[in-house]
Design a protein around this ligand. Structure first.
Ligand SMILES: NC(=O)c1ccc[n+]([C@@H]2O[C@H](COP(=O)([O-])OP(=O)(O)OC[C@H]3O[C@@H](n4cnc5c(N)ncnc54)[C@H](OP(=O)(O)O)[C@@H]3O)[C@@H](O)[C@H]2O)c1
Length: 340
């Protein structure tokens, strides 16, 4: 008879191998099997236009998401604060898919918008079948240089980051929920693949783990992440909202309008570019929801970095993050010094 200790060790070994194989297969299918039609569950009846509201979509990742949603046949509602930039972004869309519903726009400053202005913006799109809200707008809107110690932040800097990255998203989502909730699945079941579902995507950041010299930014991204997870569970718990999915996106470095060498920020050479990254979000969101996830890291390299970060000893992770952020901070200071 086999030794029971050997049998127990073999069983543990087999469980570890199975777990690793499952994780590896999940990683490969999630990142490399692309759907032909993304976000099927969030479309309306054939020929009925379905819209997505994307905040901060005149440039960067938000515009990338708008591009791919347009290619996929959704109408998009672009929200931004600079009328000319938003108009230019809206003009770029029809060429991507002439069959997509015409884009709409909302001009709103996410940092300063009052509750009434947000309510008015939501009322202005109540005539549309809006199935998707993407809370994308966000940055580190503090006085330059914007990578620096918290002790140097004025009260206005602290408030600006909270207002843009956290307060606006919470207020807008609260007002949008009745609009998103009125879409009821037409089928008999309320499964994740039933059409006429609604989706909220909240863009957080890997910086939510807490980055030196970007402490307020990271803290507000942790807020976005927690709001998203709590809301996902809250919506699922009630029959009137169980058809509204909610997913956080956790990006690493993405080359974008704001995160670029033109702005003095050292972005890794292999960072994905805003347009391709927006596309990844659109193509992978439904797969993440179907797997029961509350968040996703859509770019495979970021996903590996995130998994590694979670497994490294804290001292090693802290040293790596601090070294990386010091390079960015010093580079940004040199950039501003040259410009003066
Ligand atoms: N890029 C990255 O490496 C990275 C990494 C992790 C997380 N993220 C997150 O991803 C999201 C998008 O980032 P991004 O890099 O694409 O940003 P971005 O290139 O700076 O673009 C931001 C967009 O938001 C708009 N915007 C800025 N301030 C606004 C305001 N007060 N009101 C309304 N709209 C405003 C900008 O419009 P204007 O150009 O007209 O000002 C632009 O369309 C953010 O939440 C960010 O925190 C980015």
């Amino acid at each position: 008879m086999a030794n029971p200790v050997v049998l127990a060790l073999a069983a543990i070994g087999a469980a570890v191998v199975l777990q690793f194989t499952h994780a590896a297969l999940n990683f490969l299918t999630f990142h490399f099997l692309k759907p032909t039609h993304a976000l099927q569950a969030y479309r309306g009846a054939p020929n009925a236009p379905t819209y997505a509201l994307i905040t901060g979509s005149s440039g960067g990742i938000g515009l990338g998401i708008a591009h791919e949603l347009t290619r996929q046949g959704f109408g998009v509602i672009l929200l931004g604060h600079l009328p000319d930039d938003i108009a230019a972004a809206a003009r770029s869309l029809p060429a991507l898919n002439p069959a997509a519903p015409p884009p709409r726009t909302i001009i709103l400053n996410a940092e300063t918008a009052s509750p009434d202005a947000i309510a008015d913006a939501v009322s202005s799109i109540a005539d549309l079948d809006v199935s998707i809200l993407v809370n994308n707008v966000g940055s580190n809107p503090v006085a330059e240089p914007n990578f620096r110690p918290l002790a140097t932040y004025a009260a206005a800097d602290v408030d600006a980051v909270i207002n843009l990255n956290a307060r606006f998203m919470a207020r807008l989502t609260a007002r949008m929920l009745p609009l998103l909730s009125r879409r009821r699945p037409s089928g008999p079941s309320d499964t994740k693949t039933t059409p006429n579902r609604a989706l909220i995507i909240n863009v957080a950041s890997l910086g939510m783990v807490g980055l030196p010299w970007l402490t307020m930014y990271g803290a507000t991204k942790a807020f976005d992440f927690a709001l998203s997870a709590g809301l996902a569970r809250e919506l699922a718990a009630h029959p009137a909202t169980a058809h509204v999915d909610c997913l956080a996106v956790v990006p690493g470095d993405v080359r974008s309008q704001g995160n670029s060498a033109e702005n003095g920020i050292a972005v890794p050479a292999n960072a994905p570019v805003w347009d391709a990254y927006g596309r990844e979000i659109v193509l992978k969101a439904e797969g993440a929801v179907a797997r029961g996830w509350l968040d996703m890291t859509p770019h495979w390299r970021h996903d590996l970095e995130r998994a590694l970060l979670a497994r490294l000893p804290l001292s090693v992770a802290t040293k790596g993050m601090t070294d990386m952020m010091r390079v960015k901070k010093d580079g940004l200071e040199a950039f501003y010094a040259k410009r003066r």
